[in-house]
Write a protein that binds this ligand. Structure first.
Ligand SMILES: Cc1ncc(COP(=O)(O)O)c(C=O)c1O
Ligand SMILES: [Zn+2]
Length: 405
C-alpha cells in the first residue's frame, strides 16, 4: 500500500492503517503525488479523475471495482457578467458547489473518504461536524451500506440536526471542547472500527482536490488567475492547493493560480496569523459571525496552510465582515439567480473588496467557490428576509400586474 506523507515533517507513515495525522509531529498526513493521465468524461467523480487519485488505496483497480457515487461533482462554472462588471471584475466566475447531492462541496471529499474506508474493510464511517460534512457523510455512509457516526456539540440547536438525522446516522451530542472532539475522534476511531473522515483527512483531501482538476477541465485546460475560497478548518484550501500543485508538477499547467482564503472577521484565526507572520493560528475564542460553517476557532489545517505560504505557495488570506457577506449573499440571489449560504457568499464579498483595493485586477479571471447551497442555512431568511408580498382580488390582478411591471 502507498504510504502517506506528513505535511509537517515530511516523514513517511504506513498507508495501510487508518490515520489522519503524523504520529511524530501531529500535523495532517497526505497522499503522495499521482501518476496523471487522461480525464474520463461522464463517469462517476472517482473514475473520472482516477488517474489523479490513489487508485489502489481507493480500491479503484480492476474493471469490476465497486465505485461509490451519488452523482457528485460536475458542478456549474458560471460567468457572472453583470455582478462582475459592477464590482470591477468582468471575468468573475462562480463554481456552484451547492448543486452537489447533499448541497455542498463536502460530497467530493466524502465519496473518496467513504470509498477508502470501504476498501480497507471498515463497516462504519464517522465525522465530527455540525453541518455540511455531517449530512454529507451520513448520506455517503447510507449509500455505501455502512453505519455512519456523527459527533456533534451537545449545544447544537435541534433544527440543525434534522437534515443530518434524515440519513439515519448514529448521532451523538458531546459536551465539552469541540476542538478536542476532532482529536478524540481520531484516537477512538481505529480502536472502535470507525473510519473518521474529518475535514482534513488525507482521502477526503483527495476527493476535495477534484474541484481544482474540474475547474482546469471546465476552463479548457486553462487556469484562472485567482481562486477565492471560504476557509474554516483549512482542509478544503489545502486540497485545492494540492490539486493545482500536482497539475503543475505533472506538466499540465505552467503555474499554480493564486489562492485567496476568506474568513469571517468574527472568527479569523488563520487570516490573523497570516497577517502577523505567525506559523500557527492562535485559538480564537467565541466566534461571532453569521457564517457559522466557516467559524472553526482551532483550525486543524491552519499550520499547514501558513507553512505552505511561508514556503512560497501563492496563498493569501483576507477577512470580510458579516455586512459584506450579506451584501454579497443578496446580490448573488437578486442579480444572478444564484442562492448560496452566507459562508459560500463570503468569497464574492472578498473578491469585491480585493477588486476595490487593486489586489485583483479587471483583466484577471477570478473564480469564487460557492461551497454550499442557500437552503443549507435558512437563518438569514428567517430573521430579516426582504419579502415584499402584495395582495389583491382576482379582478384587481390585471391592473396590479400592469402597474408593477
Ligand atoms: C459552506 C462551507 N464553506 C466552507 C467551509 C470550509 O471548509 P474547510 O473547513 O475545509 O476549511 C465549510 C466547512 O464546513 C463549509 O461548510
Ligand atoms: Zn510529522
Amino acid at each position: 500500500m502507498e504510504n502517506l506523507l506528513c505535511t509537517g515533517c515530511r516523514r513517511e507513515v504506513d498507508g495501510g492503517l487508518w490515520q489522519a495525522r503524523c504520529p511524530e509531529c501531529g500535523e495532517p498526513l497526505e497522499v503522495g503525488p499521482p501518476r496523471g493521465g487522461s480525464v474520463l468524461d461522464g463517469a462517476p467523480l472517482l473514475v473520472r479523475f482516477a488517474n489523479f487519485l490513489p487508485r489502489r488505496a481507493l480500491g479503484l483497480e480492476g474493471p469490476a471495482a465497486p465505485v461509490l457515487s451519488l452523482g457528485e461533482g460536475n458542478t456549474p462554472l458560471l460567468h457572472l457578467e453583470t455582478i462582475g462588471e459592477r464590482i470591477g471584475l468582468p471575468r468573475l466566475f462562480v463554481k456552484v458547489e451547492g448543486t452537489n447531492p447533499t448541497g455542498s462541496f463536502k460530497d467530493r471529499g466524502s465519496v473518496a473518504g467513504v470509498q477508502r474506508a470501504r476498501a480497507l474493510g471498515f463497516r462504519a464511517v464517522g465525522t465530527v461536524s455540525t453541518g455540511n460534512m455531517a449530512s454529507s457523510m451520513a448520506a455517503y455512509g447510507a449509500r455505501a451500506g455502512m453505519r455512519a457516526v456523527v459527533l456533534v456539540s451537545a449545544s447544537i440547536p435541534r433544527a440543525k440536526l434534522a437534515p443530518i438525522a434524515a440519513y439515519n446516522p448514529l448521532l451523538i451530542g458531546v459536551e465539552g471542547d469541540y476542538g478536542r472532539l476532532y482529536h478524540l475522534s481520531l484516537e477512538l476511531g481505529p480502536k472502535l472500527g470507525i473510519a473518521f473522515v474529518n475535514s482534513d483527512d488525507p482521502y477526503r483531501v483527495e476527493g476535495q482536490k477534484t474541484l481544482a482538476l474540474e475547474l482546469w477541465q471546465q476552463l479548457r485546460r486553462q487556469l484562472p488567475d485567482a481562486v477565492v475560497v471560504p476557509v474554516s478548518s483549512g482542509g478544503h484550501m489545502a486540497a485545492l492547493l494540492k490539486g493545482f500543485k500536482e497539475l503543475h508538477a505533472l506538466g499540465y499547467t505552467e503555474r499554480v493560480p493564486r489562492l485567496i482564503g476568506v474568513q469571517a472577521a468574527g472568527c479569523a484565526p488563520i487570516a490573523t496569523a497570516y497577517q502577523q507572520g505567525a506559523d500557527t493560528p492562535a485559538a480564537w475564542g467565541e466566534p461571532r459571525t453569521i457564517a457559522k460553517a466557516i467559524a472553526n476557532p482551532s483550525p486543524p489545517s491552519g499550520r499547514r496552510l501558513l507553512q505552505a505560504a511561508k514556503n512560497g505557495a501563492p496563498l493569501h488570506f483576507v477577512t470580510v465582515t458579516d455586512e459584506e457577506i450579506m451584501a454579497a449573499y443578496w446580490r448573488l440571489a437578486h442579480e444572478a439567480g444564484v442562492f448560496a449560504q452566507p459562508d459560500a457568499a463570503a468569497p464574492v464579498a472578498a473578491a469585491q473588496k480585493l477588486a476595490a483595493s487593486g489586489l485583483l485586477r479587471p483583466d484577471e479571471t477570478v473564480v469564487a467557490i460557492l461551497t454550499g447551497h442557500g437552503t443549507k442555512d435558512l437563518t438569514p431568511l428567517e430573521s430579516n428576509a426582504p419579502v415584499s408580498l402584495r395582495t389583491c382580488t382576482l379582478d384587481e390582478l390585471p391592473r396590479v400586474l400592469e402597474r408593477a411591471l
